[in-house]
Design a protein around this ligand. Structure first.
Ligand code: T3D
Length: 264
């Protein structure tokens, strides 16, 4: 039997999803798409899951679309809108709207859709040896998987254009300096650091964190007045959670809060 394209490890309060096609730097084929979507759906359906870590086996995080599936016969035109509509776009939407944080632990090169898959996660930490490559222009494509949306917002227009048009590798350290990612860490510290973040999120006020994700995404298109109204609505929702009551009680009692992450 073929090895599973995504390995799932269930930990206390979170799950680790590991892309597992190391011989192709975890390039994405249809089987990996299906396995990843299903692993995310299972994590979402598990009330005890309060964070997800996404990482890769071997020396790559993810090299984007598996190009062996894209070789065209002379004169043949490949239709890619289906792949985006059926797999990549729902994947990005899912990551952005999951009710808990997703931590990308970028263990090696992240290229093409692999780079943007990482950027779609809530917190991106990368091994110092990793690099981010908007590889699309090297093969005549356009950054997808949210790249044209994330890049200018994260690093500004000039750097977004440089990265997209030149398709040069950006080191993890430079990615941190440019604000593309949360931080670069020593290779040996990548998984321990990512585990620490996930363990933190596993005992955090999960409903509130989910609302924060939504508020920050909405802020990208809302004007201030609309955003103020949204904050009002979301704050009311957050205030109705047991975690808000516990947070205030714990503060006043000078103790560490014990958040359930539950709505009621
Ligand atoms: O099609 C659609 O559905 C639309 C969506 C498109 C989204 C996209 O992601 S388009 C962009 C696709 N990705 C790329 O263009 C990146 C291709 N890979 C590379 O440029 C290089 O592999 C890297 C810069 C990422 C790493 O280079 P290096 O020198 O460290 O490794 P390598 O030797 O190139 O790769 C190792 C193996 O992985 C190699 O196989 P081999 O020769 O040992 O048998 C290589 O062919 C394979 N590999 C790497 N990336 C892919 C891949 N095989 C298939 N597809 C890949 N994307």
């Amino acid at each position: 039997m073929d090895e599973a394209p995504v390995l799932v490890s269930v930990r206390a309060g979170y799950r680790v999803l590991t892309l597992n096609r190391p011989q192709r730097l975890n390039a994405v084929n249809e089987a990996l798409h299906i396995a990843l979507a299903s692993a995310l759906a299972e994590a979402e359906a598990d009330p005890s899951c309060r964070a997800v870590m996404l990482t890769g086996v071997g020396r790559g995080f993810c090299a984007g679309q598996d190009l062996t599936d894209r070789l065209a016969k002379p004169g043949e035109k490949r239709a890619l809108d289906d792949a985006l509509g059926k797999y990549y776009n729902p994947l990005v939407r899912k990551l952005r709207t999951l009710r808990f944080p997703v931590v990308a632990a970028v263990n090696g090169v992240a290229a093409g859709a692999g780079a943007n898959l990482a950027l779609a996660c809530d917190i991106v930490i990368a091994a110092r040896s990793a690099a981010f490559i908007q590889a699309f222009a090297r093969i005549g494509l356009v950054p997808d998987c949210g790249g044209t949306w994330f890049l200018p917002r994260l690093v500004g227009a000039a750097r977004a254009r440089g990265l997209s048009l030149l398709a040069e590798p950006l080191t993890a350290e430079k990615a941190e300096a440019w604000g593309l990612i949360w931080k670069a860490v020593d290779d040996a510290m990548l998984i321990p650091e990512a585990e620490k973040l996930c363990a933190h999120f596993a005992s955090a006020p999960t409903i509130g964190l989910g609302l924060i994700k939504g508020a920050l995404d909405a802020a990208e298109t809302n004007d201030l007045s609309t955003q103020l109204d949204l904050e009002r609505t979301l704050q009311q929702e957050a205030a109705g959670t047991p975690d808000f009551a516990e947070g205030v009680r714990a503060f006043l009692e000078k103790r560490t809060p014990s958040f359930s992450g539950r709505r009621s």
